[in-house]
Design a protein around this ligand. Structure first.
Ligand code: GLA
Length: 699
C-alpha cells in the first residue's frame, strides 16, 4: 500500500493535516492539538473506511471543498449554476501550491461546468490562527449564478460538544448564547447588510477534551455560519457571506473571492483561543506611523450634550477635560449643517453656521492649544431624505425598486457603488480633514441595509465602503478611525485594517459593559475596545453606579469619558481624574500583553492582562455574595512551580477588612503559584458593583 500524500501545517499548539487522494479534492485528516513534526505512516482514508450498506461505493470523506457532484450529501462548499444547468460540481485538483511557507493553495476545477475554485489555507505558526478563503472563477462561456461559497470548510472533531456564540441588539451587544451540538445543523444567517448587533460572525466550539476551536468571518456584511454533523461523527464548519438571490452573477472570466474565515484551535480553552485571536487581530491593524501610540484618553460629547452644541460650552468642556488629563476631544453628532435632531442633514457635511459661525476652526484650535487632539463624528454612508444632498441627488439614495422607502432612524443608505456619490463624500470629508487639525474620525453607520435596488447590492456596498475607508486612509494617513454602528454593529476583522478602535456599545452602563467587554475581547484586543465612563444614572439602563465602579470597568480598554464634565461634582471629578491617572500608568501593560478572563459562580467577573511574569488583574463583583465568605479566585494560568506577589493597585478600601488585604497594599502578600491556581486567591468582602485592580507578579 502506498503512503498517502500528507500535507501538514504546524503551529505552536496546533496542527492540521490534509490527505491528497489519487483523485479528487484534498481531504481533511486532522485539525487539533500539535502533532510531532514528522507524522509517520498514517494509512490513507481508503484503507480504514470499509464500504457501508446503503452508501455510495464512492467514499466521500470531508474535503477542503466538498461539492454535490461527487456524491456529498451535506452542505456543499459551492452552490452555483448556469441558468439551471451545471448545478452540481465535482472538482479535481489542477494545481497544488505549497511553495509559501505555512500555506496550502489548492486549485480545483470542475471539468463539466468550467467552474474553478481556489482554496487558500494558511496556518500562522506563531498565533495558531488559520486564515482561509476561497475564490470562485467562472471559466465557462456561460454566466454563473453563485448562491453560496464557503470561505472554508473546516473539520471539528467528533467530541465537539457545544457551540458558544452571541446574540444581542442595540444597545445590548454580545449576549452570550450556547447550544449543544447534535446530529443536526447549527446555523446562523445575518441578512442585515452589516456585521450586526444580533448575529455576530463568531463562534467557539468546546470539546470534551477541553480544547477549544474558534472562528470568525472577516466581513462587515451579511454572513452564514454553519456547523453540520457529518456521517462519520465529525462536524463540518463553514462560514461565508450570505448572498441574496441573484446578487452574484459571474460573467465568463469573472470571479468571486470570499472574506477570510479566521479560525484557531487552542488546547488552553477559551482563554487560549482568545489570545490567539488577539495576536492575529493585532497583526491586521494598520496604525499611523506603523505602531500604536499609547491610546489617548478621550472625551466624547454625545451623551453629555447630544445635539445641543454651543461653541462656548464646547470650549469650556475641552478646558475642563484637559485639566483632568484627557488627551483627545471628539465632537460627536450635531455639528453639521442643520443637524438639530436625528431627522435631518446626514449628507450635508459642513459645519452648521448657527452653532459654529466661523466653522469648526475656533473649537479645534482651542482643543489643540490645550494639548489635546481633535476628533470628529461622521456618518458618511448615510443620507437623510431631509437634507440638501437628498434634494440635489435623490438618485444617490439606495432604495427598493418601486417599493416604499424603508427608513431607520429617519435615514436611508447612500449608494456608494455610484462613483459620483462616493466622490462627493470623499470631497466633503477631505475638505474637513484637509483644513482642520483633525486626527480622529468616529465613523458611524446607524442602520441596517435593506432591499437595495432592483438587484441586490449588499456585497458591492460593503466593498465600496471599504474602498472609501481606504481612500481616506491613503489621503490622510495620520488620522485614526473608530468603527461605530449604533455602538457595536460593525465589529469585525474585515473592517479592522481601516480602523483603530471599535465603539463596543451605546450602552455605557458599567454592569452591561462587563458582559459586552467579555464578548468583545473574545476576538479583539483591549486597546481597540472603546470603553467610556458615562453618566449615572446610565442613559441606556437607568441604573446608577459609583464613579469608581464605572471607571474601573472602563479601565482596561481604550479609555474615554462621555458625560457633561461641566456639571460633575468636585468629588466625582477628583475620582475620575484619579482613574485617568491610574489608566495612564497601566495602559502600556493593559494594551500589549495577553488577556485572560472568566467568571466566578458567585457574581464575580474578572480579567487579567499582561504576560507570564507580571499581569494586571481586574476583579468586578456584580452581585452581592451569597456566601458568608467570598469564594476564592483560582488563577489557573499561573505557573504552579513559581511564587507570586499580589499588590492592590487602586486606592479603594473595603470594610470589613482582613490582614491579608492590608498586606496586598504594603507589598507583603506572597503566595505559591500552585496554591493560587488550584485553591485560589482570597477575595475581600466586596459589595456589589465594586471593583479591585491588582498586580500579580512572579517572584
Ligand atoms: C450612534 C453612536 C453614538 C452617537 C450617535 C450619534 O448611536 O453609536 O455613539 O455617536 O450615533 O447620533
Amino acid at each position: 500500500m502506498s503512503l498517502p500524500k500528507l500535507m501538514t501545517l504546524h503551529g505552536r499548539n496546533s496542527s492540521l493535516v490534509l490527505e491528497k487522494p489519487d483523485i479528487g479534492v484534498p481531504l481533511w485528516r486532522y485539525w487539533g492539538p500539535r502533532l510531532p513534526d514528522a507524522i509517520e505512516a498514517i494509512a490513507p482514508f481508503a484503507a480504514s473506511r470499509p464500504p457501508q450498506t446503503f452508501s455510495l461505493e464512492h467514499d466521500q470523506p470531508l474535503s477542503v471543498c466538498p461539492t454535490l457532484g461527487g456524491g456529498w450529501f451535506h452542505q456543499s462548499a459551492i452552490l452555483a449554476h448556469a441558468s439551471g444547468q451545471a448545478w452540481s460540481q465535482e472538482l479535481t485538483v489542477e494545481d497544488l501550491d505549497l511553495t509559501t511557507q505555512g500555506t496550502i493553495k489548492i486549485t480545483l476545477v470542475d471539468a463539466v461546468s468550467g467552474i474553478k475554485a481556489i482554496v487558500h489555507i494558511r496556518l500562522d505558526p506563531a498565533s495558531d490562527v488559520i486564515t482561509a478563503r476561497t475564490e470562485l472563477i467562472n471559466d465557462s462561456p456561460e454566466t454563473i449564478d453563485a448562491q453560496w461559497l464557503a470561505a472554508a470548510t473546516l473539520p471539528l472533531p467528533d467530541d465537539s460538544i457545544r457551540v458558544h456564540f452571541w446574540g444581542g441588539r442595540h444597545p445590548n451587544e454580545f449576549v452570550p448564547q450556547e447550544q449543544t451540538l447534535a446530529r443536526s445543523i447549527w446555523r446562523r444567517e445575518n441578512r442585515r447588510g452589516l456585521t450586526s448587533h444580533d448575529c455576530v460572525p463568531t463562534a467557539f466550539v468546546e470539546t470534551r477534551r477541553g480544547g477549544v476551536y474558534g472562528a470568525h468571518l472577516a466581513w462587515s456584511g451579511n454572513s452564514v455560519q454553519q456547523i453540520e454533523w457529518i456521517d462519520d461523527g465529525q462536524y463540518a464548519w463553514q462560514m461565508g457571506e450570505w448572498l441574496a438571490p441573484g446578487e452574484v452573477r459571474l460573467a465568463p472570466g469573472h470571479s468571486l473571492t470570499t472574506p477570510d474565515m479566521i479560525a484557531t484551535f487552542s488546547p488552553d480553552g477559551r482563554n487560549g483561543a482568545m489570545q490567539n485571536f488577539h495576536m492575529e487581530m493585532r497583526s491586521r491593524l494598520n496604525w499611523p506611523g506603523g505602531q500604536a501610540k499609547p491610546r489617548p484618553v478621550q472625551i466624547n460629547t454625545w451623551e453629555g450634550f447630544y445635539f445641543d452644541h454651543d461653541l462656548d460650552q464646547m470650549k469650556a468642556l475641552a478646558t475642563e477635560a484637559a485639566s483632568i488629563g484627557i488627551e483627545r476631544f471628539i465632537l460627536d453628532d450635531g455639528w453639521f449643517h442643520g443637524r438639530d435632531d436625528d431627522t435631518t442633514s446626514l449628507g450635508d457635511w459642513w459645519p452648521d453656521a448657527r452653532k459654529y459661525p466661523d466653522g469648526l476652526s475656533p473649537l479645534a484650535t482651542h482643543v489643540t492649544s490645550l494639548g489635546m487632539e481633535f476628533g470628529l463624528w461622521v456618518e458618511p454612508e448615510m443620507i437623510n431624505p431631509d437634507s440638501d444632498l437628498a434634494r440635489e441627488h435623490p438618485e444617490w439614495i439606495m432604495r427598493g425598486h418601486q417599493r416604499p422607502d424603508l427608513t431607520a432612524r429617519n435615514q436611508m443608505v447612500l449608494d456608494l457603488t455610484q462613483q459620483d456619490a462616493a466622490d462627493y463624500i470623499f470631497d466633503k470629508l477631505s475638505a474637513l480633514l484637509g483644513t482642520l487639525p483633525i486626527l480622529y474620525l468616529k465613523w458611524d453607520h446607524n442602520r441596517d441595509l435593506t432591499t437595495s435596488g432592483q438587484t441586490a447590492q449588499y456585497h458591492a456596498q460593503i466593498k465600496a465602503a471599504y474602498a472609501l475607508f481606504a481612500r481616506i486612509r491613503d489621503a490622510f494617513p495620520e488620522i485614526e478611525i473608530e468603527s461605530c454602528a449604533g455602538g457595536g454593529g460593525r465589529i469585525d476583522a474585515g473592517i479592522l485594517p481601516y480602523v483603530h478602535r471599535f465603539w463596543a456599545s451605546d450602552n455605557i452602563d458599567a454592569r452591561s459593559r462587563t458582559q459586552i467587554q467579555h464578548g468583545f475581547l473574545s476576538v479583539f484586543p483591549p486597546e481597540i475596545m472603546g470603553s467610556h465612563v458615562g453618566a449615572s444614572p446610565s442613559h441606556s439602563t437607568s441604573r446608577s453606579q459609583s464613579m469608581d465602579f464605572r471607571s474601573a470597568v472602563a479601565l482596561p480598554g481604550h479609555f474615554g469619558v462621555e458625560l457633561n464634565l461641566l456639571t460633575l461634582g468636585e468629588r466625582e471629578k477628583e475620582r475620575l481624574s484619579y482613574w485617568i491617572d491610574l489608566h495612564k500608568t497601566l495602559r502600556g501593560e493593559l494594551h500589549t500583553g495577553k488577556v485572560w478572563s472568566g467568571t466566578l459562580a458567585d457574581g464575580v467577573i474578572w480579567q487579567m492582562h499582561g504576560d507570564d511574569n507580571s499581569a494586571i488583574l481586574l476583579v468586578y463583583r456584580l452581585e452581592p455574595t451569597t456566601q458568608r465568605h467570598a469564594l476564592p479566585l483560582r488563577l489557573e494560568m499561573l505557573n504552579p512551580d513559581a511564587s507570586y506577589q499580589i499588590d492592590r493597585l487602586d486606592d479603594r478600601k473595603e470594610t470589613p477588612n482582613a490582614p491579608s488585604f492590608d498586606k496586598m497594599r504594603t507589598g507583603d502578600f506572597q503566595m505559591q503559584g500552585a496554591w493560587l491556581a488550584h485553591h485560589g486567591m482570597p477575595l475581600p468582602a466586596l459589595k456589589a458593583e465594586r471593583a479591585m485592580v491588582l498586580r500579580v507578579s512572579k517572584l
